[in-house]
Design a protein around this ligand. Structure first.
Ligand code: ADP
Length: 576
């Protein structure tokens, strides 16, 4: 499930909106580029005039006037090009800034489930490659294209002014470009879009391979992953070859296109001249215009390509904003602390139901252990309780408020999820902790660390200001876990969800962590996904899940006495 693309209409609308926001600077660059093009194109026009005057007999004063006029035009062209480029760069920077800011806003608003399903590659591709392409297009492309467009328009206007009979030959390249465009675009756009999606997938594969290198090696999955990567790269290669083939024809036919008018000017121009319908000067001007047009038409093939890339990238960037919100949070504070599930149901996307109608009430301060075979739905339930995913049926409330109605801050005051995955950011220890409580003071940070037994903070070279991260001070897994626990202390939610929190620890550090964890859990409602039954044993109640349903619910003693599923699991466990 990749993130969506914005459709063509919305993409153009998005581009128009950016242009509208920055219309002043865009107008400056447009006017300046038009003036620069006007000045450049006026030179052949004056050359023709001068030639005619020389043919008819002129004096040196008139020729000197022309020379001054040429000099003035060159100067105007120089100044206007500079102003146009400068304003174009400012427009590019501003537009790019708006786009990047909006992308970050849209990314941060994405439902977490959507982010997880889309995978890192897709998102990374949009943030890096697509943003780079747009950046290039805004900085370089817009100015260049405006200049090309202005040159073409002014050339046509002056050509018709010079000789309405001969000027139509300048339309010949356009006549050829029209069918070429109709052939090229419908093939190129999907191919470029497919290419971007393939690159995103390869990015994802590479980052996954790098992150999971040790696991892949130990499981002997390296050849398999290599084969998959090679296959993806071959697909990309084939796609690139196809688009290169399309470009080859685009370029080749364009080259031929600019040759025709040259022949036409010689043929048709010679005919008109021999009948006295054009002057030598007019013929020269049009001939020079045919030559002038070669550059913008040649260049335009490059920029037409870049427009495709930019449009594809823009549709990927704007597509992030089209993901509908999964909730409309409106409640900012909750009074009660009890949890209530009624006929709670959940399915991932269009998949089968994985939670099939759970009814359960959790009292404040209660500890509930959830046990069950793999795939029973334990982690899914944990995700729902933590507010990551929302129920697809039934209700889940905390203090009588549906979990989807809670604003983000209010949600974090109710519940936090602690999993094996906790990230230490490449920042100081203080900054790592302040993620959970941005306003916490140094004392509060230190006492949170003390509370989880992280006495090692005293030995760090710069205490709380020590830089953590790969190239800096490296924390051991149990120290990292303590940082995660200290974050929880700072967030201070009344309910904690522990999903396999300590199962990956080596037994010694697991005991340390469990001790620290014990302190953090005190006085809170706790839902614990228990993989080792002895942790479940101490819970107030145990919930045995099976196939998305609650199979048994009660205290350890009750369930052992009932001689049901839990009793059998317990028997097997204690016999080990
Ligand atoms: P448990 O934690 O008990 O092992 P889970 O809650 O992880 O069970 O999974 C319950 C069911 O949901 C399983 O059939 C699993 O394949 C499916 N499932 C889990 N995560 C996803 C997901 N992101 N997308 C689709 N199905 C999923």
């Amino acid at each position: 499930m990749k993130l969506p693309l914005a459709n063509t209409r919305d993409t153009w609308r998005g581009a128009a909106k950016i242009a509208k926001t920055n219309w002043k600077i865009l107008s400056v660059t447009t006017v300046a580029q038009l003036a620069a093009a006007g000045a450049a194109v006026a030179i052949p026009f004056l050359v023709g005039k001068l030639l005619d005057q020389i043919t008819h007999g002129t004096n040196s004063a008139q020729v000197t006037t022309y020379i001054w006029a040429f000099a003035a035009l060159v100067l105007i062209q120089l100044v206007c090009t500079f102003v146009g480029e400068y304003a174009g760069q400012i427009f590019g920077e501003r537009s790019f800034h708006t786009l990047r800011t909006n992308l970050m806003r849209d990314l941060l608003k994405l439902p977490l489930g959507t982010v997880e399903n889309a995978g890192t590659g897709d998102m990374l591709g949009r943030i890096t490659k697509d943003i780079d392409r747009i950046d290039f297009f805004f900085r370089r492309g817009l100015g260049a294209m405006l200049s090309l467009l202005a040159t073409v328009i002014v050339t046509y206007v002056l050509a018709f002014w010079t000789s309405p009979l001969l000027a139509p030959v300048l339309f010949l390249p356009l006549l050829g470009m029209w069918p070429l465009g109709r052939w090229y675009f419908p093939k190129a756009i999907p191919a470029y879009q497919a290419g971007s999606a393939m690159w995103a997938e390869v990015n994802g594969q590479i980052s996954e391979n790098a992150e999971q290198a040790e696991h892949l090696e130990s499981l002997g999955l390296v050849p398999l992953r290599n084969r998959r990567l090679r296959h993806s790269l071959t697909t990309i290669f084939n796609n690139e070859r196809y688009t290169a083939w399309l470009r080859f024809w685009l370029l080749g036919v364009t080259q031929l296109n600019v040759l025709f008018p040259l022949l036409a000017v010689i043929g048709w121009g010679g005919y008109l001249k021999s009948h006295g319908l054009v002057s030598t000067g007019e013929l020269t001007t049009i001939f020079l215009y045919v030559l002038t047009l070669r550059y913008p038409i040649d260049e335009s093939t490059f920029w037409i390509d870049q427009i495709q890339y930019a449009q594809t990238s823009l549709s990927r960037i704007l597509g992030v904003g089209t993901v509908p919100a999964d909730r409309a949070p409106s409640v900012t504070s909750v009074t009660g602390k009890a949890w209530e599930m009624q006929d709670l149901r959940f399915r991932y996307g269009n998949g089968p139901e994985v939670l099939k109608g759970l009814d359960l009430r959790l009292e404040p301060g209660e500890t509930l252990a959830i046990v069950g075979t793999s795939g029973a739905g334990k982690s899914t339930l944990a995700r729902l309780l933590a507010g990551i995913d929302l129920p697809t049926g039934g209700t889940l409330t905390v203090g009588d408020v549906a979990i989807g109605d809670l604003a983000e801050d209010a949600l974090h005051k109710q519940v936090a999820l602690l999993t094996q995955e906790h990230h230490i950011f490449d920042a100081t220890l203080a900054q790592n902790l302040q993620l959970a409580a941005p306003d916490a003071t140094e004392d509060e940070l230190l006492s949170a660390l003390e509370a989880v037994g992280a006495t090692w903070v005293r030995d760090l070279p710069d205490g709380l200001e020590t830089n953590l991260g790969a190239s800096q001070v490296h924390l051991s897994p149990s120290q990292a876990q303590q940082v995660a626990l200290a974050r929880l202390v700072l967030m201070d939610p009344h309910t904690l969800i522990l999903d396999e929190a300590t199962s990956m620890m080596d037994p010694n550090s697991a005991r340390d962590i469990e001790h620290a964890l014990g302190k953090v859990l005190q006085g809170r409602t706790v839902v614990m996904i228990a993989h080792r039954l002895f942790t479940a044993q101490d819970a107030d109640r145990i919930c045995v899940m099976e196939d998305g349903q609650i199979a048994e619910l009660g205290t350890h003693d009750e369930l052992v006495a009932a001689e049901g599923r839990y009793a059998h699991l317990w028997e097997a466990w204690t016999a080990q």
